[in-house]
Ligand binder design. Structure first.
Ligand code: SF4
Length: 392
C-alpha cells in the first residue's frame, strides 16, 4: 500500500476519475426480502430506510452539476421495492424537476418478487429503467431463497410477468455460478422472458460473500465461447458483455482511439440510508476494515457531493486504486479494452486497491477477450486486436 503526496494524488485523480458523477447509487433501504446465498450485503436483514432529507440533499448536489450533464440515479438496496411504492415516490420527488429537465434519469435493480400494479404505475410514471436479477431457470436459481429458505423463482417470474403485461421494458442480470457450463440453456431461458438486454456476472467475491469458489479461467473462457456461439445464432439479443467488447472494437476500428482512451472512471458515489457516501464500489458500503476504516468519503446531508468528490483523492483507498489503475496500464495486455476493472473486487479478493489482477477480471474481461479472439496463450489484446476485429 503506497502513500503518495496530496498533490500527486490530486493529479492522478484528475487523470483517471471523472470530475462529475454520471451514476449515483442510492440505497433506499438496507432490507431485502430474500436471502440469496451469495449476497454481499451486510445489513440485508435490517430495515433501515432513507429519508427525504437525504434524497433532497442528493438532488441539490446534482442540480449543481453542469446543466448538460445527465446523471443516472440507481436505486439499489437491499431490495429497493421492500420500501413500498409510496415511500419510494416520496424519495424520488426531490429529483422531479431535474428528471423533467432531462438531467436525471432513474434506474432500479430488483429481485422482482414484490412487483405489483402500484409498482408498475411508479415505473411508468417516473420512467424508471428496471433491471431484474434472475440467475436462470429454476435449478440455476436455487440459491435465491427467502428468509424461510423457500425458493424465490416462481415469485421472480411472476413479477417479470407483470412487467411484460404492462409493457414495461426491463433488462436482466444473471449471476453465473452453476450455469457456467450451460450458457445456451441459460440464454434461451433469459431471452424467453422478454428483456431488452442480458447481463452475465460470473460469480464474484464481494462484501460478506467471501467464501465461494471461483471458476477456473478455462471454464470462464469456455463459457464465453459458448455465449459467442449462441449470440451468433441470436443476433437480435443484446448481451451486455459482448456489446461492450463490440463497442470497443468499433471505436478502435473507427479510428477513435483517443476518445476511448479519454474515457475516465466514474467516481460512482453510493449513498447509504443515512446519507453516508462511499466511492468507486457500492460493495464497500457498510464494510469496516482495520486499515481503511469505513471507506466513508463524507455525508451528503452535511456537504454537497461536489465537495466530497473534490476531496476524494485524499482517501487512502481512492489513491491506492489510482495506483492500481496505473499498474494495470503498465503491466496488463488487456488494459486497452478493460481500462482497469472494479475497485471492490481488488479489495475483496486481494485485500488492497493497488493490486491488479483479480479472479473477476480474469473471468469477465481477459477470458471474454480470449474467447472472442480464439486465443489460447497470453499474448493479450494489444497484439490480438486485428484477429478480434476479424472475428466480429
Ligand atoms: S484485466 Fe485485470 S489486470 Fe488487466 S487491466 Fe483489467 S483489471 Fe487490470
Amino acid at each position: 500500500m503506497s502513500t503518495p503526496s496530496s498533490t500527486d494524488s490530486a493529479e492522478a485523480y484528475a487523470t483517471w476519475i471523472a470530475p462529475q458523477a454520471s451514476l449515483v447509487v442510492l440505497q433506499p433501504t438496507t432490507l431485502c426480502n430474500l436471502d440469496c446465498s451469495y449476497c454481499y450485503l451486510p445489513f440485508r436483514k435490517k430495515r433501515l430506510e432513507m429519508s427525504v432529507e437525504v434524497t433532497q440533499a442528493v438532488a441539490d448536489s446534482l442540480a449543481e452539476q453542469q446543466p448538460g450533464h445527465v446523471t443516472e440515479v440507481c436505486w439499489h438496496g437491499g431490495e429497493p421495492l421492500a420500501i413500498g411504492p409510496e415511500k419510494l415516490a416520496a424519495l424520488m420527488a426531490p429529483f422531479e424537476e431535474l428528471r423533467r429537465a432531462g438531467r436525471v434519469r432513474h434506474s432500479l435493480q430488483t429481485n422482482a418478487t414484490l412487483i405489483n400494479e402500484p409498482w408498475c404505475d411508479l415505473f411508468i410514471g417516473y420512467d424508471v429503467a428496471v433491471g431484474v436479477s434472475i440467475d436462470g431457470p429454476a435449478d440455476l436459481n436455487a440459491e435465491r431463497v427467502d428468509w424461510a429458505g423457500r425458493p424465490a423463482f416462481d415469485r421472480i417470474v411472476t413479477g417479470i410477468g407483470k412487467l411484460v403485461e404492462r409493457q414495461i421494458r426491463f433488462s436482466l442480470i444473471a449471476v453465473v455460478g452453476e450455469g457456467i457450463g450451460r450458457a445456451a440453456d441459460l440464454l434461451d431461458f433469459l431471452t424467453g422472458l422478454g428483456p431488452t438486454s442480458i447481463g452475465l456476472n460470473i460469480e464474484e467475491l464481494e462484501g460478506v460473500n467471501t467464501s465461494r469458489s471461483q471458476p477456473a479461467p478455462e471454464r470462464a473462457r469456455a463459457f464465453w465461447e459458448a455465449v459467442f456461439a449462441w449470440s451468433a445464432q441470436h443476433p437480435g439479443v443484446e448481451v451486455r458483455e459482448l456489446d461492450r467488447l463490440a463497442h470497443y472494437l468499433r471505436t478502435i476500428r473507427g479510428g477513435e482511439r483517443e476518445s476511448w482512451e479519454a474515457h475516465r472512471y466514474d467516481p460512482l458515489p453510493t449513498v447509504a440510508v443515512n446519507g453516508d457516501v462511499v466511492l468507486l464500489s457500492p460493495e464497500l458500503a457498510g464494510i469496516r476494515d482495520e486499515y481503511y476504516g469505513d471507506f466513508l468519503a463524507g455525508n451528503v446531508v452535511t456537504e454537497p457531493l461536489s465537495e466530497i468528490l473534490a476531496a476524494a483523492h485524499r482517501l487512502p483507498y481512492v489513491s491506492e486504486f489510482l495506483d492500481g489503475l496505473a499498474a494495470c496500464r503498465e503491466t496488463c495486455a488487456f488494459f486497452d479494452f478493460c481500462r482497469g476493472a472494479q475497485a471492490g473486487n481488488r479489495y475483496f479478493e486481494n485485500g488492497s486497491f493497488d493490486s491488479t489482477e483479480t479472479n473477476y477480471c480474469r473471468a469477465s474481461k481477459q477470458e471474454l477477450v480470449r474467447a472472442l479472439a480464439g486465443i489460447t496463450n497470453t499474448t493479450g489484446i494489444s497484439s490480438s486486436t486485428r484477429s478480434m476485429e476479424e472475428a466480429t
